[in-house]
Design a protein around this ligand. Structure first.
Ligand code: SF4
Length: 208
């Protein structure tokens, strides 16, 4: 099998980095987790803090067995697949293998591509820069909207109207604008209690 076919089938993936840390944000904040960051993103958020992930070709293609072996070398059995935009790839084989080895599988995605993979928790973080694929709304367990501008509250509500009823709804201040926006988010959540706040606690803890 050539490399392109292996990537198309999700048997090899461009791996930007993989590391064991503490999930800093969202519902699983505080949980030890093995992060698998795949290279490649076509969403183009202006405030993206992992712009180096955008170009998939910069990162080595790694077989899924090797990726899972890396995760198995740590105690925790929670994996977070992130990017870049991980749904640019077929995640069925990787997540199947992770689940066969006893992992809980989480994904963080902008939802901009067709869904794939077997996930226990789907964190959907829509971005203004590329429209989500409509299939993501029924998959999302958590809707996490990064607040960079005041118009992001309205943007958040537009997506909240489309997710499942039991989907968690989180507003998270964008790190560089946290000082300006956190107060607005606090006021918003107090007036709209169906929303909760997510903070990037890993940035306070100075961990990846
Ligand atoms: S979707 Fe994520 S990786 Fe892609 S540009 Fe936006 S913040 Fe960066």
């Amino acid at each position: 099998m050539n490399t392109k076919t292996a990537v198309d089938q999700g048997l090899m993936l461009p791996l930007m980095e993989a590391f064991y840390t503490i999930q800093g944000e969202g519902t699983f904040s505080g949980y030890p987790a093995y992060f698998i960051r795949l290279g490649g993103c076509d969403v183009g958020c202006v405030w993206c803090d992992v712009k180096e992930s955008w170009e998939a070709g910069k990162w080595p293609l790694v077989g899924i067995e090797e990726i899972v072996e890396g995760a198995l070398s740590y105690e925790g059995r929670l994996v977070v697949i992130t990017g870049g935009e991980p749904l640019m790839y077929n995640l069925d084989p990787l997540t199947r293998l992770l689940k066969a080895k006893g992992f809980t599988t989480n994904i963080e995605t902008s939802g901009a591509h067709t869904f794939s993979g077997e996930f226990d928790w789907v964190c959907f973080s829509p971005k203004k820069f590329k429209k989500p694929h409509p299939g993501i709304y029924e998959k999302a367990d958590e809707l996490k909207v990064v607040v960079f501008h005041k118009s992001d509250f309205e943007f958040a509500e537009t997506h909240a109207a489309k997710v499942k009823e039991n989907c968690r709804k989180l507003l998270q201040p964008e790190w560089s604008k946290a000082e300006t926006n956190t107060k607005k988010i606090i006021d918003y959540v107090k007036n709209h209690p169906n929303w909760n706040i997510s903070l990037q606690t890993h940035k306070f803890m100075d961990i990846p």
